[in-house]
Design a protein around this ligand. Structure first.
Ligand code: F6P
Length: 332
């Protein structure tokens, strides 16, 4: 079998297809290298005293885990010196991180959630890293939050790593979605799936049912119809899955279809997930795989961001189901 490493895949995208520039190739390679280091830190777990809380809260008021802090540091350190970035922004930092003056600056902006699903770390369930790449407008030397305020449709690349039974890297450069699996023996990501396609129909949904009493009517209607099964209006039985790590739930949806929902509701009035480094990259990837993503009313990639850490409702996955939920919102 011909094995295509991530490096070779990226070089072919640059040299043969002319889809990416050298700096973007470097950026993706650096992020992937950081994901390998994060994967190692996670797999050592308690052996390296890496589990548990760091004893602090992040900007979202969430308790930071030691691995949140470690992963953030790994990504910052890896990306500072290559000359490919204008600035970075992270879930774990209130303001954008500037490139130190001693290093050259590039034209890209990198946003990341260093460790998504971190409440799952201590219980040994899959977690991941999500990232989004934007271009910085010309002439900006010290990009502030305003420089990042671009709708998701302007992303030039996005991806996520899943640290599960295998370590995976899911990547889009705007021309479809590819999946790479980390070969630990040779230390490189190897292409294991190309042109990923999400089935348009599904009978599997993912939602935190404990929020049911807070839901808005269209979401309640959709889930009640799924739960009614064969004898209900949908005429088929549905299955439910909720890993509570979006990376794992979304990888399942990329593999066999499904719909993932974290809608805005009476408890999460602006939604729960972050637009810039969770919903936008996932929406870009899922659309590139033939799926869809909305906040219930508007396509995620068309939302104009107003804050680095802004939250949004999210309904994402198999196209026909996402369109149905959107229709229920419009009918309401
Ligand atoms: O940071 C977001 C996140 O951890 C997602 O990965 C996950 O889907 C969600 O929160 C879990 O939310 P809850 O704790 O409500 O199940």
């Amino acid at each position: 079998m011909r094995r295509i490493s991530l490096s070779r895949y990226l070089i072919e995208e640059q040299r043969e297809k002319h889809w990416i520039e050298g700096d973007l190739r470097l950026l993706i390679e650096v992020v992937a290298r950081a994901c390998k280091s994060i994967s190692i830190a996670i797999s050592k777990g308690a052996l390296a005293d890496n589990l548990g809380s760091a004893g602090d809260e992040n900007i979202q008021g969430e308790v930071q885990k030691k691995l949140d802090v470690i992963s953030n540091e790994i990504l910052l350190e890896a990306n500072e010196w290559g000359g490919h970035l204008a600035a970075m922004a992270s879930e774990e930092m209130e303001h954008p991180h500037q490139i130190p003056h001693r290093f050259p600056k590039g034209e890209y902006l990198l946003l990341f959630d260093p460790l998504d699903g971190s409440s799952n770390i201590d219980v040994n369930v899959s977690v991941g890293t999500i990232f989004s790449v934007l271009r910085c407008a010309e002439g900006i030397t010290a990009p502030d939050a305003e420089a990042f305020m671009q709708p998701g449709a302007r992303q030039v690349a996005a991806g996520f790593a899943v640290y599960g039974p295998s370590t995976l890297l899911v990547l889009t450069l705007g021309h479809g979605v590819a999946v790479f699996t980390l070969d630990r023996e040779i230390g490189s990501f190897v292409l294991t799936q190309d042109a990923v396609t999400i089935p348009a129909d599904t009978s599997e949904f993912a939602i935190n049912m404990s929020n049911m009493r807070h839901w808005e009517a269209p979401v309640r209607r959709y889930i009640e119809e799924c739960l009614a099964g064969k004898t209900g209006p949908r005429g088929k039985d549905f299955n439910m899955r909720w890993v509570a790590s979006m990376v794992a739930d979304l990888f399942r949806i990329l593999t066999r279809g499904g719909v993932f929902m974290y809608p805005q509701d009476a408890k999460h009035t602006h939604g729960r997930l972050r637009l810039m480094y969770e919903a936008n990259p996932m929406a870009f990837i899922v659309e590139q795989a033939g799926g869809a993503a909305t906040d219930g009313r508007t396509r995620i990639l068309e939302l104009q961001p107003t804050g680095l850490h802004q939250r949004t409702g999210l309904v994402i996955g198999s196209k026909n189901e996402v369109e149905r939920v959107t229709r229920y919102h419009h009918e309401a």
